[in-house]
Design a protein. Structure first.
Length: 436
């Protein structure tokens, strides 16, 4: 208006400084707003009154036109709400996609850190670093390094005393020599209390007063130099080449991880057998010894019972499970062959003449379940039940039902054949599950 009257127009701008564009915040707001608008649009259709009934009077053409316009107007909120609902769904999908990208980006932030090595790369199955928090990641990496270093010392401490020990006395006052201290967990009861106090005190001093500040905010770097030699007074400049340094840091992490597994294995074997090397002949109290000479105990795993079914040493329970294993193995071997043979050969003629169903019409695999008629399945179940209940009865020896297909006059040959049957049955059980 001022410009029309010849006066210069005055424009006032109330501007705000630009803000950082946040996709996640915007998508959440867009999704919320879209959902709210969609809800209002859907509710608004409830308040649209029904179209008035028109009578066939003068001006019917105009009334039809008005009615048509009214129908179009009443249809508008419904179509609008559908469009807004679609927009809301798209916004939510966009938000979830951004969240997935953010999670992936958080993991990529640590892909170049030490310890990311082939073949697993950055391996975080528990998702501890999903948040992308660098402080949490560095704290966990420092803990991992410390545990790995302690585990490497502990592993060496298990091995070295088998070949060499310090001369002289561990405790002159108690007249205990180093040579008298046993290796492994048995040493706990031999070392005197004052000795344990010294060990804990030394570890505490190192933890609290020496290795307590990180250099360049790098986890595990306490300025001790290569192999921690500066802590013992041997000054060195460290490793100058960054690639060589990274390779050695990766090796330290890998060796530390291996040592953590190794020392736990040594503890476990030492607790069971009295030796860190797990000499089976020393584990005289094992309930598994009752079944060491049974069939199926084969190299390389020997008597393998990771779930501990035979821990109670009950012979009858073992035999029942062994019979079940043999039966399942035999059925699985038949089933595996039954999967393979129809790929190359099928019986000629009819499976069911009354239904006009030929063997060649039956597909292979799981698809055959829906093709075989009900009477056919009744025959199969009845046949299996008859043999299970009346023919192959358990007589105290697992798997023996009077059918001497696998036999030999030589006991060693017979045992080898029966062991082969068990091994093949176990393989067939895995195979048929994979085929299914």
């Amino acid at each position: 208006q001022g410009q029309a009257q010849g006066r210069p127009r005055r424009v006032t701008c109330n501007c705000q400084p630009p803000q950082t564009f946040n996709f996640q915040v915007m998508t959440r707001r867009a999704a919320g707003a879209s959902a709210a608008i969609a809800g209002m649009a859907a509710v608004s259709t409830a308040f649209v009154g029904p179209a008035a009934r028109t009578s066939h009077t003068e001006g019917a053409t105009a009334l039809r036109g008005a009615s048509s316009a009214s129908s179009a107007a009443s249809a508008l909120p419904s179509s609008t709400s559908a469009a807004i609902l679609a927009t809301s769904a798209a916004a939510l999908a966009f938000q979830r996609r951004n969240q997935a990208r953010a999670s992936a980006s958080a993991l990529r932030a640590f892909e170049q850190e030490a310890g990311v090595q082939a073949p697993l790369g950055f391996w975080d199955p528990l998702g501890l670093s999903t948040s992308g928090n660098v402080s949490d990641y560095k704290r966990r990496r420092e803990v991992e390094l410390k545990h790995g270093r302690v585990a490497m010392f502990a592993t060496i401490g298990y091995i070295l005393p088998e070949y060499w020990r310090f001369p002289g006395y561990l405790s002159k006052f108690l007249d205990i020599k180093f040579a008298e201290v046993p290796n492994g967990l048995s040493a706990f009861t031999k070392v005197p209390s004052l000795g344990w106090l010294q060990i804990v005190g030394f570890a505490g001093i190192v933890e609290l007063n020496i290795y307590n500040e990180q250099v360049n905010d790098e986890p595990g770097n306490y300025g001790a130099g290569f192999l921690g030699l500066r802590s013992m007074g041997f000054m060195n400049s460290g490793i100058a080449d960054p690639e060589v340094r990274r390779k050695k840091l990766n090796a330290e992490l890998a060796n530390g991880r291996l040592a953590m597994f190794a020392i736990i294995g040594m503890f476990f074997q030492d607790g069971l057998t009295g030796s860190a090397w797990g000499d089976w002949s020393l584990y005289t109290d094992s309930p598994l010894r009752a079944f060491e000479e049974e069939l199926g105990v084969q190299a390389p795993v020997g008597f393998w019972d990771p779930v501990g079914y035979t821990r109670d040493g009950d012979l009858e329970t073992f035999k029942r499970r062994r019979e079940t294993e043999i039966k399942h193995g035999r059925v699985a071997m038949y089933a595996t062959i039954g999967y393979i043979v129809p790929e190359y050969f099928k019986w000629p003629g009819f499976l069911s003449p009354s239904m006009g169903l030929k063997f060649s019409d039956v597909p292979n695999g799981l698809a055959a379940i829906g093709k075989v008629p009900g009477n056919g399945w009744a025959q199969i179940v009845a046949f299996a039940g008859y043999y299970e209940l009346f023919v192959y009865k358990y007589n105290g020896v697992p798997g023996e039902y009077g059918w001497k297909a696998i036999s030999s006059a030589d006991p060693e040959v017979r045992k080898r054949k029966l062991s082969a049957e068990l091994a093949n049955g176990r393989l067939a059980m895995m195979a048929i599950i994979g085929m299914f």
